[in-house]
Design a protein around this ligand. Structure first.
Ligand code: GLU
Length: 478
């Protein structure tokens, strides 16, 4: 049987980082087993679902590099892939369930339901203990009341037994008899409920694996009941570990950016984000951390999931992004910087070859493309900020000597018509200071850095100085 795995988001918001991790796992499992990966949109909650979010999710998945074989915008043999377009199928099966005695109409009004829930709670019973009031109503009588137009929902007739299944992450999971009651499968407005639609679709779409977040574990018991009523074999379940923030609480907005959209806006590299997400609850057999998700086909192994909560750490994600930036071609690095630098900045007037040298110079100084912006001053600032460390270096005995000599050389070089100090000229300045003026070690390197750039740190000076306009250096020296 060929492997079929679906990612089934509800379009009620932007793609969450946890959703992207689930989608990635679904995709990798399908690819590793030469199967199909399917996108199904679960939009039965009509009030909260928006087409705008569906489109944004599709766009985010594309950006992540998670490509599906079948989906609402691609079609496929098992469509439609949007639940709101499958309502009739669910209603037909609900009708069939009622006819076969797997489900029944329930005429409890909202206030009656509230009363019964309160009664059960006051008697320390499960809240659903009395929800089955119409469970044994004569089916002919129930049918008559439905046909007369009486308001009702359809409840699943819980067979009231213990349930268990083997989760590929959690092992054997058992559910006690009274964990759930006779749960709704069709609402009073005639719309089917998630657990019902999900099973019908997974069954009709021939899914072999269901991979989803841990919070769906409790839905699984209801879903197992529906599989049984359908006479269908349940798929293999993988409930992924919870994503938590530093406080070990479920990842939420207060922990920082939680949607893929936000990481896109911050110009993270999708490959870095995917690599990092892949390791949140799964480990690579070679214990390597940096790998390309496109080369995981033969590696992604279902047995390497970890069930303990995964700590989502933005600092670590940035570290991954940094590694990926280091590996980019210089052209791509420069393009990334180009987009991050405000359009009015003098950087944009520079020639392409200058921009490539500039990108190379800062390659190992950034974790994100936008980290380049605060570093632009190294090349472009004409005035020197008198920070404590700059004042300190300026107070060293040797620094005025360095400044005097550099001033002389800069005037000479400028007078010769050059717009920059070349790296050879820079080396000559260094050598002169070292050999003739006997300044060495830290006083030389730090002194020269502060005199030329006005900063105590930065990338290789012999490469930074040739990129700095000589007129800028002259102003710094004045
Ligand atoms: N629509 C559900 C969600 O977005 C999917 C659950 C599942 O994968 O079964 O959480």
């Amino acid at each position: 049987m060929s492997v079929r795995v679906r990612f089934a988001p509800s379009p009620t918001g932007y793609l969450h980082i946890g959703g992207a991790r689930t989608a990635l796992y679904c995709y990798l499992i399908a690819k590793a087993q030469k199967g199909s990966f399917i996108l199904r949109i679960e939009d039965t909650d009509l009030e909260r679902s928006k087409r705008e979010y569906e489109l944004a999710m599709i766009d985010d998945l594309k950006w992540c590099g998670i490509d599906y074989d079948e989906g609402p915008d691609k079609g496929g043999e098992f469509g439609p892939y949007r639940q709101s377009e499958r309502t009739q199928t669910y209603l037909d099966i609900a009708k069939d369930f009622v006819e076969k005695g797997f489900a029944y109409p329930c005429f409890l009004t909202t206030s009656e339901l509230e009363e019964l829930t309160a009664k059960a709670e006051s008697e320390k019973k499960s809240p659903h203990a009395y929800h089955g009031k119409y469970r044994d109503l004569d089916p002919a009588e129930a049918k008559k009341r439905v046909e007369a137009g009486e308001a009702h929902i359809i409840r699943f007739k819980n067979p009231r037994k213990e349930w268990s299944f083997t989760d590929m992450v959690r092992g054997d999971v058992k559910f006690p008899v009274d964990m759930v009651g006779d749960f709704a499968i069709i609402r009073s407005n005639g719309m089917p409920v998630y657990n019902f639609c999900c099973v019908i679709d997974d069954h009709l779409m021939k899914m072999t694996h269901v991979i989803r977040a841990e919070e769906h574990l409790n839905n699984t018991v209801r879903q197992l009941m529906i599989y049984e009523a359908l006479g269908a074999e349940p798929p293999r379940f993988v409930h992924c570990s919870l994503l938590v923030g530093e406080d070990r609480q479920k990842l939420s907005k207060r922990h920082g950016a939680t949607s893929v959209k936000q990481y896109r806006e911050q110009d993270y590299l999708p490959a870095a984000l995917m690599n990092y997400l892949c390791l949140l609850g799964w480990s690579h057999p070679d214990e390597t951390d940096i790998f390309d998700i496109n080369q995981m086909d033969s590696i992604f192994d279902l047995n390497r999931f970890n069930k303990s909560p995964a700590f989502y750490d933005i600092t670590k994600l940035k570290f991954f992004n940094e590694q990926y930036l280091r590996a980019l071609s210089v052209e791509d690095l420069a393009t990334g910087f180009e987009k991050a630098i405000p359009s009015e900045h003098a950087y944009h007037a520079k020639e392409t070859s200058w921009k490539l040298d500039f990108a190379e110079l800062f390659r190992e100084k950034v974790q994100l493309f936008s980290d380049i912006v605060p570093q632009l001053g190294l090349i472009f600032d004409e005035t020197i900020e008198q920070t404590e460390d700059v004042v300190d270096v300026n107070s060293w005995e040797t620094t005025p000597t360095i400044r005097d000599y550099v001033k002389t050389r800069v005037s000479e070089i400028k007078a010769s018509g050059s717009e920059n100090i070349t790296s050879e000229e820079f080396k000559e300045i260094m050598n002169h200071l070292k050999k003739e003026l006997k300044i060495k070690g830290k006083p030389l390197f730090m002194g020269l850095r502060v005199v030329l750039t006005g900063k105590t740190h930065g990338p290789d000076l012999s490469k930074a100085i040739p990129l700095t306009p000589i007129s800028t250096i002259e102003k710094r020296l004045s």
